[in-house]
Design a protein around this ligand. Structure first.
Ligand SMILES: [Zn+2]
Length: 452
């Protein structure tokens, strides 16, 4: 397949913008890049998509998300609104996840995947919880991912909050799914080992997870998302959260510490020294009122920091814009959080994180041999647009609705805004029915409780 007449944004380092170029795709990878007319002449008869001057760029990457949370949209909590982060967990997420069956997991993954295709997010790192449907839950999500045509890294969140039996079922689900990928490579899928957060994991459970996971396994764990995680960790261990996770062998070069909002200098040094990944989700942090992560300090300290969405819509440029704005108001300084730092997280670091899980396949840049995971963006700049000022064109000019086509592994998932791999109307109709039943179970979980 040849994508002709594109303005290519390569997102190499340094970045290049190549007007009037084409991309030749073969076997899921980029086989050639060159002036469009030259590629068309040297490859006559090849299937051709005319980009009509649109921008072609690597698909967006989301470093931390929760497909299972999709049915929270529009859900009301039948008690006074949560006052803090722990109440948000107790009143919302720890009831919604218990209301999910395997069928619901299938549909909530599908609506998130539809949203990701439409918004050009081609690679997602998911963190799943469904305490009443643990066994096989990752297979259900994996099948939805493969049918959608997107790429994803999956895990199940182990936690002590529902007792030792479900804790061990969570460990088992991670191990079972990861083993199923060994010797049976599925080009769109990878696995990791999920942990909920320090505040719901005992020392014994952390050790059990560490012992169960094969050497080299990474962990994906919420880390110091709110003060409550730090107070809990200090009470349990006299250690701060990052120190505690490090002490139990959880933080390594394939581990993802999501959020790291309430951390101190010593914890930043530990994250950097262990080459652990941190992900930033400013929309979620604002929504939960947990504070603003010390992102620039972490970047300067050498922490490998990516950008996720924590279950917010898979419109990653919205996350870019939120990150760009919130640090300015938080510090009352318009020089904070430059577009270059946003690109460092969302483009280069997210691409490197993807590479941890697909080491044989360059992802997140347009170069020969890289994954053909691409989007076309119908953006018409009315000021000069160069590699140097591109971050600000994206921050102030790009909208996710400008994405017209999404391609992963050389397969077209959306063309001219029509989704080709999924029946969007049928998925949405089924999700509406299923989510109404999930909401009934959610509501029922409050019956008999005092109204506080
Ligand atoms: Zn999360």
């Amino acid at each position: 397949m040849l994508i002709a007449n594109a303005h290519i944004i390569t997102w190499e380092e340094p970045n290049r913008i190549l007007p009037g170029h084409g991309i030749l795709v073969e076997n899921g990878r980029i086989a050639a890049i060159g002036p469009s007319a030259d590629l068309a002449a040297s490859h006559p008869g090849v299937d051709t998509i005319d980009a009509h001057g649109q921008f072609a760029m690597p698909g967006n990457i989301c470093a931390h998300t929760h497909f299972y949370g999709a049915f929270a949209r529009g859900l009301s909590i039948p008690t006074p609104a949560p006052r803090d982060f722990l109440e948000i967990l107790r009143k919302l997420w720890w009831r919604l996840d218990k209301a999910l069956t395997l069928d619901d997991i299938w549909l909530s993954a599908q609506v998130c995947l539809l949203d990701a295709i439409r918004h050009g997010t081609t690679f997602l790192v998911d963190h799943h919880a469904s305490p009443n449907a643990i066994d096989g839950s990752l297979d259900v999500i994996a099948q939805a991912v493969e049918e959608s045509g997107l790429r994803a890294v999956l895990c199940y969140e182990v936690t002590d909050r529902d007792g030792p039996e479900k804790m061990r079922a969570g460990i088992g689900e991670n191990l079972r799914f990861n083993r199923s990928l060994e010797g049976n490579p599925r080009p769109l899928l990878a696995g990791t080992f999920g942990l909920h957060a320090s505040l719901t994991l005992s020392d014994a459970t952390l050790d059990e997870c560490r012992a169960a996971a094969p050497a080299g396994t990474g962990f994906h764990v919420h880390t110091a998302e709110a003060d409550a995680d730090q107070y809990d960790s200090l009470a349990r261990s006299n250690l701060r959260v990052v120190e505690r996770l490090h002490r139990h062998g959880i933080l390594g070069p394939r581990s993802i510490a999501a959020h790291a909002v309430r951390i101190e200098r010593r914890e930043i040094e530990i994250l950097a020294a262990n080459r652990a990944w941190v992900t930033h989700q400013p929309r979620s942090n604002m929504n939960n009122a947990v504070g603003c992560a010390p992102v620039e300090t972490m970047l300067q300290a050498g922490v490998r920091l990516g950008l996720g969405n924590d279950g917010f819509p898979n419109a990653m440029w919205e996350e870019w814009k939120t990150a760009y704005l919130v640090h300015k108001i938080w510090h009352k300084d318009p020089r904070r959080m430059s577009g270059i730092d946003i690109v460092r997280m969302a483009i280069y670091n997210n691409a490197s994180l993807a590479g941890e899980f697909f080491p044989q396949l360059p992802i997140g840049r347009i170069q020969v041999g890289a994954a053909a995971d691409l989007i076309l963006v119908d953006y018409q700049p009315f000021t000069p647009c160069t590699p140097d000022n591109l971050p600000w064109h994206i921050l102030f000019g790009f909208h996710d609705s400008m994405i017209t086509s999404t391609i992963v592994n050389g397969k077209i998932l959306m063309f001219d805004r029509r989704i080709l791999t999924m029946d969007e109307q049928a998925v949405v109709a089924h999700a509406c029915e299923a989510s109404a039943r999930v909401w009934q179970r959610f509501e029922k979980s409050f019956s008999g409780e005092t109204n506080d």
